[in-house]
Ligand binder design. Structure first.
Ligand SMILES: Cc1cc2nc3c(=O)[nH]c(=O)nc-3n(C[C@H](O)[C@H](O)[C@H](O)COP(=O)(O)O)c2cc1C
Ligand SMILES: C=C(O[C@@H]1CC(C(=O)O)=C[C@@H](OP(=O)(O)O)[C@H]1O)C(=O)O
Length: 388
């Protein structure tokens, strides 16, 4: 299984091609669109989300809502493109009017300057249009298909915001995914403790007034993932490494933890390792999940627990120092319309990339040609592990 996306933030559309999804998966298109809507939510976003209304259009690989086993082609239109038609049209030549809105003062924390140096773009718009997290809409659509695949195999993935700026959302124990999901208010902060919501809204409002931005911590839990995905035999077969790479591949992520992660480094081993247990009904299990469901780079049958640290949004309405690429004068960085925080949408994106990676390794480990065979193989495999 693999995917690729294309498209600029203010270009006509985002395009995605997802290959390797088994044939015979009945797609719930509404559920894909619900995920896209959830990614548009969250307090602290900029005006762009009131322009966009993300819906997926599938143009290949699916017939009557059932996957064919062939590559799935997806489109999400950028409604904002109509305001950028002149500036972003891929099919017409540059004219004096459409060279407006050049970006020449690179924004610290963005790909602008280094991307410009690497690709020889002196208008940093040529960089920022693609480095924008707009692209994550397509990863969410692809992730939503993967979630549907996993759900047929009994695997669920839930994400939530654990921390925003300095405010802790008070989630430090594993909560069964279904409970978490029922408490999540979409289009609001994905926090469990409602008392915190007001504090967090105030923090975001004040940060916005100050021309500043916020980051946070996202926690994602994948339940009922069978043991033995990934391998210890080579560094590049370790599934925890692949998962961490996918999470780091999301815009603005600066840290990934599996299980207790960095905290485990400060504890004694006796507090961190998860004692091994067995009973007839469950087979092998652990009494705790401090290692986040991984040993030796392999899933161990416990919930996968992944945390991601998102840096504050780099574009500042009170911009930091920069240098104009043409004049070399010291100037304030450019300002592009921006979110104050995007921790809520980012939690949906992290869930999505986790779903993609799990779906990917499952379709590598088992025969992913069609859903019937895949479902049977996973069922047999689970039964085999139960008897081990
Ligand atoms: C869902 C989401 C929305 C984002 N929105 C913005 C934004 O409005 N303004 C901004 O400056 N950065 C935003 N970012 C972060 C930038 O895309 C990101 O920091 C930038 O491309 C540089 O990449 P890096 O942080 O991974 O190094 C957002 C990130 C995510 C995940
Ligand atoms: C468009 C989205 O996020 C964008 C991500 C982003 C960035 O720099 O990453 C900058 C902003 O772009 P714009 O200037 O068009 O408002 C965000 O709105 C989206 O999430 O759909």
């Amino acid at each position: 299984m693999n995917f690729i996306t294309a498209g600029e933030s203010h270009g006509p559309e985002l395009t995605g091609i997802l290959e390797g999804i088994p044939a015979g998966l009945k797609l719930d298109i509404d559920a894909i669109n619900e995920q896209l809507a959830a990614r548009q939510g969250g307090y602290g976003r900029g005006n762009r989300q009131s322009i966009e209304h993300d819906v997926v259009k599938i143009t290949g690989g699916v017939r009557h809502q059932i996957t064919l086993g062939s590559p799935i082609a997806l489109t999400i239109f950028n409604r904002d493109h109509k305001h950028w038609n002149e500036i972003m049209d891929p099919n017409t030549e540059e004219t004096p009017q459409n060279t407006l809105r050049k970006v020449t003062r690179p924004r610290p924390g963005h790909a602008d300057l280094v991307g410009g140096m690497k690709y020889n773009h002196r208008d940093f718009r040529n960089v920022l249009e693609r480095s924008s997290a707009r692209e994550t809409a397509m990863r969410v659509a692809i992730g939503a298909i993967c979630k549907q695949l996993l759900s047929q195999l009994g695997i669920t993935i839930t994400g939530f915001v654990k921390q925003i700026g300095q405010v802790n959302a008070d989630i430090d124990q594993l909560i069964p995914a279904t409970k978490v999901e029922s408490k999540i208010k979409q289009n609001d902060l994905r926090v469990l403790n409602n008392d915190k919501v007001k504090t967090i809204h105030n923090l975001i409002d004040k940060t916005k007034r100050d021309g500043d931005t916020l980051g946070g911590i996202i926690k994602v839990v994948a339940d009922n993932v069978p043991a033995g995905l990934g391998s210890y035999v080579n560094w590049n077969t370790k599934f925890d490494a692949r998962l961490a790479g996918a999470v780091m591949g999301v815009n603005a992520m600066k840290g990934v933890e599996i299980g207790e992660g960095f905290k485990a480094a400060t504890e004694f081993g006796s507090h961190v390792m998860d004692p091994i247990d067995w009973n007839e009904e469950q087979g092998w299990f652990r009494d705790s999940d401090n290692l986040g469901g991984f040993e030796g780079g392999m899933t161990n049958g416990m919930p996968l627990v992944i945390q991601a640290a998102m840096k504050p949004i780099p574009t500042l309405y009170k911009p930091l120092k920069s240098v104009d690429v043409n004049t070399k004068d010291i100037r304030k960085a450019n300002i592009e319309r921006s979110d104050v925080t995007a921790i809520v949408p980012a939690s949906i994106v992290i869930e999505s990339v986790v779903a993609i990676e799990i779906a990917k390794i499952i379709t590598e480990t088992f025969d992913g040609s069609n859903m019937k065979r895949l479902t049977k193989q996973i069922k047999d495999y689970r039964a085999e592990l139960l008897k081990f």
